[in-house]
Design a protein around this ligand. Structure first.
Ligand code: 5AD
Ligand code: SF4
Length: 452
């Protein structure tokens, strides 16, 4: 007889790399008899896959642990056995020992490079308390321990190709939490992609903290580039769309720009964070390029692929940011024009150089700047979507919508597109006419429906 299934609840915070890691942790735990539960209540194992990028993201974890402690008590009172609480991800990496002190309810802390050891560590926490910490910086061992056989939930998938960062932007914890830049070998990536394609995946989003610094070793023993990798991936039957994130402007090589022109699978949408439009702030951030270099780069990319749309990340209120510096950011945003962007208030992170810089910007000033910037970004986002109305775009249908027979797909520019009578098309790429703009989405119609 099979052992009864154990319930696993994973809560994922932060970036897409954590989403990928959570999927892989589920794959690792499934053979041990864990099935995924959407709720923490009643779960045998709760895994918090955490983010350390901003203070708020890290604090959320501690309030969640408090809530879990109560659920654990209720579960035990019902006689359903113990709930194991594990903290994974970047908070685990950065604050491992501290978590143990601050939140004694936590059984296991596991860094982002160590989760292949989960089965063994969980078994250990069940056997005895005390040995509760695992954190190392060896992505190679982790990836070697993972199989390429993944559970697939639809026609799109994330695929981590690179981890870590050597850039040391002065505000950022990533070089400390995720370690040095490291790329997976090309063959391992192709294996994983082939397995995904065999299960119906049509679109891959290649992930890395510095994905365009990818230099994984190729079949010839030489370092590949991201562009080369993309050509190889596009050769896999079934893989029709490729995206990648996050890119650093300084790593946008000529061959990558050319791939946007020549490789049909390269989607015309690029996340290219600049963080600030002020040369003074860019220098203080150690971004290693100025605003003109960013303008020039965008011009080169758009020359290669005129319909390419950009998204970005912006930080307001970096130490020393004056009204003039912030104006420079607004000006950059106006000149570049973004299809979407993420905006953040600067959050001092312990151990990073910017945290101890003078002239920290008051919260109220940051709030005001964030509002101003958000208003501009939303205006640009809506304006960009409006340009798509009346156009026919290839939509990859991903999942059913709420309405009868409705399906939700993705445009080449990553917007969700709602289409009626399209449920039978899930998993396929189909031309769709865009008929209206929603707040966070587009509405489309199948071509036959339009002409009917
Ligand atoms: N404060 C605010 N935003 C930050 N980011 C990274 N570190 C910080 C910080 N300390 C933002 C950057 C980055 C994105 C992932 O998060 O914009 O591109
Ligand atoms: Fe952080 Fe800068 Fe590296 Fe991006 S490039 S992960 S912002 S240090």
């Amino acid at each position: 007889m099979n052992a009864p299934l154990k319930k696993l609840h994973i809560k994922t915070y932060g970036c897409q790399m954590n989403v990928y890691d959570s999927e892989r942790m589920i794959d690792i735990l499934r053979p041990l008899g864990y099935e995924v539960s959407d709720v923490a209540d009643g779960a045998d194992l709760v895994l918090l896959n955490t983010c350390h990028i901003r203070e708020k993201a890290a604090e959320k974890v501690y309030s969640e642990i408090g809530r879990l402690k109560e659920l654990r008590g209720e579960k035990e009172a019902r006689g359903e056995g113990r709930m194991t609480i594990a903290v994974a991800g970047c908070v685990a990496q950065a604050e491992g020992i501290e978590i143990m002190h601050r939140a004694p309810a936590v059984d296991l802390v596991i860094g982002p490079q160590a989760y292949h050891q989960l089965p063994e560590l969980i078994a250990r926490t069940h056997r005895a308390k005390g040995e509760r910490l695992a954190a190392d910086f060896a992505p190679e061992a982790k990836f070697d321990a993972l199989t390429s056989d993944r559970t697939v939930t639809g026609p799109t998938a994330f695929l981590t190709v690179q981890e870590g960062c050597d850039k040391f932007c002065t505000f950022c914890v990533v070089p400390y939490t995720r370690g040095a830049e490291w790329s997976r070998p090309v063959a391992a990536i192709l294996d994983e992609a082939q397995a995904l394609a065999a299960k119906g995946v049509r679109e891959l989003t290649l992930l890395g903290q510095n994905v365009n610094a990818f230099n994984g070793v190729g079949s010839d023993g030489q370092p590949s580039t991201l562009a080369k990798l993309m050509y190889a991936l596009a050769d896999i039957p079934g893989i029709d769309r490729l995206r990648y994130t996050t890119s650093h402007p300084n790593d946008m090589g000529d061959d990558l720009i050319a791939a946007h022109r020549d490789l049909g699978a390269a989607m015309p949408y690029l996340h290219l964070p600049v963080q600030s439009g002020s040369d003074k702030i860019l220098r203080a951030m150690n971004r290693k390029h100025g605003r003109q270099a960013y303008f020039d780069l965008v011009a080169r990319i758009k020359a290669a692929r005129p319909d390419l749309a950009l998204s970005g990340d912006f930080i307001v209120g970096f130490p020393g940011e004056t009204d003039k510096d912030f104006e420079d950011t607004l000006d950059l945003v106006r000149q570049v024009g973004y299809a979407s962007a993420f905006t953040f208030k600067y959050s001092p992170r312990p151990g990073t150089p910017a945290a101890s810089m003078p002239n920290q910007v008051p919260e109220a000033v940051m709030d005001e700047r964030l509002q101003t910037l958000n208003a501009l970004i939303i205006e640009q986002q809506q304006a960009f979507k409006a340009t798509l109305v009346g156009k026919t775009l290839d939509i990859l249908f991903e999942k059913p919508g709420r309405r009868d027979n409705q399906a939700i797909g993705r445009s080449p520019y990553l917007q969700s597109v709602y289409v009626e009578d399209a449920r039978h098309l899930i998993g396929q790429i189909v031309p769709v006419r865009i008929v209206a703009v929603g707040n966070n989405s587009l509405q489309g119609a199948l071509l036959e429906t339009v002409s009917a």
